[in-house]
Design a protein around this ligand. Structure first.
Ligand code: BMA
Length: 317
């Protein structure tokens, strides 16, 4: 693993980017923002693949070690289906995967790019070959959604990021509940973009799905700041209460990972790190992130270091 900047908790893999269009079995413009899951002892990534029309679909890649020797599906794994799901008109993007033990299926939240703007869609699968679409679960504009793996009382819970254009743009993380995965309510706004000079001043959004720890739900989120030369996407951590995920226990003041390597600084969209998946392999967290909307990077950290860090961060204000 290569050296990491002093303030960063994650170490970039020296083989980065670990996946890009050069590895892809079919023609594509870019491969990025992949969800991650541990499936039958392997690491599965469900990558966003953008075609030369500018529209995205999702394709699965599997590896024994989560680093190399990826077996990539020969063609798209999940294509937009605008005929039956009109909200998928302009593609499907940025998936997140959560294992729902109760129903013995994986839940995939993804962004559908509808005529009215991006919105949150949900599908389930047992095998990443056939998919059962629940369909659009949040109207536009809303994205960056992931489910918790368990119910709280009778209710499934989902983090997501609606956008409201009032006097300023409001793009904060919300928590919603559902008895059946289809109908969502009891909406609560829980983590706010910090405004002003902060690194996460303009927009924030959930990155990977919440990770359960003994201290609480570990949250990885991205924050956006706009500068004279564009937006910078960086990452922060938060911790939610285990029993009551609406309660934010801690939040990092500083970003813990940001665009530094060349493949993160230069691409179709410069200065973006955008994880949609992380997994815990024997105490090591593998974070998979889209780099500059062009390729996929891997960075690792000890889960213990992440929890030590966030527990020492201030209680959320
Ligand atoms: C966000 C999403 C991501 C993308 C990022 C940077 O709004 O569209 O898919 O990686 O912008 O372009």
């Amino acid at each position: 693993m290569s050296k990491k900047p002093e303030h960063e908790l994650f170490t970039r893999h020296p083989g980065n980017p670990i996946l890009s269009v050069e590895n892809w079995p079919y023609k594509a413009n870019s491969v990025f923002n992949a969800a991650a899951a541990q499936v039958n002892g392997q690491v599965l990534l469900l990558a966003r693949v953008e075609d030369f029309r500018g529209m995205s679909h999702l394709t699965a890649a599997c590896s024994d070690n989560g680093i190399d020797n990826w077996q990539i599906d020969a063609g798209p794994t999940l294509m937009p289906d605008a005929k039956n799901y009109p909200e998928e008109l302009w593609g499907i993007e940025d998936p997140r995967i959560t294992w729902l033990a109760e129903i013995n299926e994986w839940a995939i939240t993804y962004t559908s790019y509808s005529r009215g703007g991006p919105l949150v869609s949900l599908a389930t699968t047992k095998d990443f070959k056939s998919f059962n679409r629940i369909g659009a679960v949040m109207p536009p504009e809303d994205k960056d959604a992931a489910l918790f793996p368990i119910r709280f009382g009778d209710y499934w819970a989902m983090l997501h990021r609606p956008v409201a254009k009032t006097m300023t743009i409001q793009a904060n993380i919300w928590l919603s509940f559902s008895p059946n995965l289809r109908h969502w309510g009891d909406h609560k706004e829980i983590i706010y973009a910090r405004m002003g000079g902060w690194w996460d001043s303009v927009k924030i959004g959930l990155s990977a799905p919440p990770m359960e720890t003994e201290h609480g739900w570990l949250i990885l989120y991205h924050g956006v700041r706009t500068t004279a030369s564009g937006s910078i996407y960086r990452l922060g951590l938060a911790m939610l209460d285990l029993k009551n995920p609406a309660k934010v226990l801690h939040r990092s003041d500083e970003w813990i990972f940001g665009p530094k390597a060349r493949y993160e600084r230069e691409g179709d969209v410069d200065d973006v790190v955008f994880p949609c998946g992380w997994i815990n392999r024997n105490g090591t967290v593998y974070m998979y992130y889209g780099a500059a909307d062009s390729c996929i990077g891997l960075a690792t950290a000890k889960l213990q270091d992440l929890t030590d860090y966030i527990l020492n961060c201030p209680a959320d204000k």
